[in-house]
Design a protein around this ligand. Structure first.
Ligand code: ZN
Length: 109
């Protein structure tokens, strides 16, 4: 479950920015290829914020689909899962979206 270590680094970054202000909510963008499970992320975020200035903060998750560009046929395809294959059958693809794992915004005050 790598969500816990991700949640801990997110919370650490958020708390550092917040200083001694309270954090009310955090918004993250999570791509389909990061293998982060939103429910697990919510749960781990809840654990990671305990005792910090972000205790009780809400986590909003923006889920991003994955996309690949096929070097064999040139097609751009949206992919819902981790299987990096073009519909033409080629595995010679470049990931163009879906690896996002970012803090988009946070609300403090
Ligand atoms: Zn292809």
């Amino acid at each position: 479950m790598h969500e816990l270590s991700i949640a801990e680094s997110v919370v650490a970054a958020v708390c550092e920015r917040a200083g001694d202000r309270r954090v009310h909510s955090v918004r993250m963008r999570i791509g389909a290829f990061t293998a982060v499970v939103p429910d697990a992320m919510q749960f781990c975020f809840g654990l990671a914020v305990e005792g910090t200035v972000a205790d009780g903060a809400r986590l909003d998750i923006e889920h991003r689909p994955g996309a690949v560009h096929c070097r064999a046929c040139g097609a751009d395809t949206d992919l819902a899962d981790m299987l990096l294959l073009c519909p033409c059958g080629s595995a010679d693809v470049a990931v163009t979206a879906g690896r996002e794992l970012q803090i988009v915004s946070m609300e403090v005050g």
